[in-house]
Design a protein around this ligand. Sequence first.
Ligand code: HEM
Length: 446
Amino acid sequence: MLLLNSSLNGGFSYHGLLATTAMAGVTSHLGFFIRGEHHIAAPIIARVYFVLLLAVFFLGIKYLGIYGGSKVAAVVSGVYVASLLSSIITYRKLFHRIRGFPGPYLAGASKLWHLFHVRDSHNHLFLDKLHENTERPTEITIFSPEVVKVADGPNNNCTKAVWYDILIPLTALNTTRDKVHHDQRRRIWNQGFTKKALTDYENRINTYGEALERHIASTTGQPVNVSEWFYFLTFDVMGDFAFARSFKMLEDENWHYAVLMLRRALTLLGPFSSVPWLIQLALSIPIIPVVRDWHTMIKWCSDRMTERIKTKVERQDISSSLINASLNNNSLQQDRFLLDGDSVAMIVAGSDTVASALIYLFRCLALEPAHAKLLRAESLGVDIYDPRALASLDHLNGVINEILRLFPSVQTGGYRQTPPEGLIIAGRFIPGNITVVAPRYTIGRL
Ligand code: HEM
């Protein structure tokens, strides 16, 4: 067969080429991929591979013609991928420092196994089904309540895992992986959440709550799609808090195009969060519709920040302290990557989370009307505009806490990375620089 013929053809040795390719697969894995983090470089790596493949293809054509060239390119890429995968699997199964943790065999071989199983975005149900300390390459899923304190509690030594590079080149408060930088940024954010600011936000929420109440009253007993309306409520509120400008969905009784686009863009995270390098690769291919939505969403949030910087607002919003800090520091332009990142965080962090909590809360009350009755009885004679009075209602707070336990808004996310020296969780040593996944959906139901 042509490709197994080891004789030189125009100075071209197939066996030599295939041996070099196989060695390149193993060398690139052992010399490059297992050293440090490369997920952000995934698009560049993919381009380098593509250029190399083209080079092999054209060299092949030069010496062997179009048919031979295509065959050489196909075989070279096949041999390279096979040798790279063999090296990855051998290393992970025989030498990796978390090889001893239990879990499905293929889970420890490739993250693509996980991606395949969560392609429907139901990662919380998938992990819940596994429900055991489960190994995946460089990542451990831990179903123990202790992980919450050790990996996320005060003074923990963990950092945020590679997933948090998702917004790069932008950085939001919640995606900042450097602890010192996060603390600095957090102090600036805190100025937007002083007691005075919170009282003002509470008053502003009332206006939106009343608009929702008016709509429900106007439907006179007809079914209301509360899932939609809770999203209208929370996005309108967060638009106001973030940029002093509501999305006006409650008023228009319809979705704002930017919110629809944002929700479509976020669907990327469901299946792909388990393989961060694939997210980076996908984000570099804007012809994919959901990726186009993602970039348009980021641009939309950046544009809102540009608009907000130029606007003088009468009432404080979260952006006020962020913009003022940059103005005072004379670093408004240099800080745009932070401000634009925070713009995404402000919109998403407060709206998606609260909407999903409200939807689950009312679903459970519909299924358990006795609790709805108890809540009504408890709130009789209470000034519902007084947050302190609401905070003292035991059953109301119990119901909210139960909903957040059973249906946490962040069900599987919040990936953390162990410190270089490793740490002990639930009596077991976890080596350093390992991603720890603590699925709140399951941990809340143990
Ligand atoms: C039901 C309501 C909410 C839930 C369950 C919730 C949950 C969470 C969780 C689990 C995190 C940590 C995420 C991570 O580590 O990746 C987080 C962070 C954050 N949330 Fe919320 N959230 C809620 C409402 C809000 C609201 C209303 C706002 C804004 C007004 C907000 C702003 C933030 C910010 C800025 C962070 C990042 C904090 C930091 O990195 O220091 N959240 N939230």
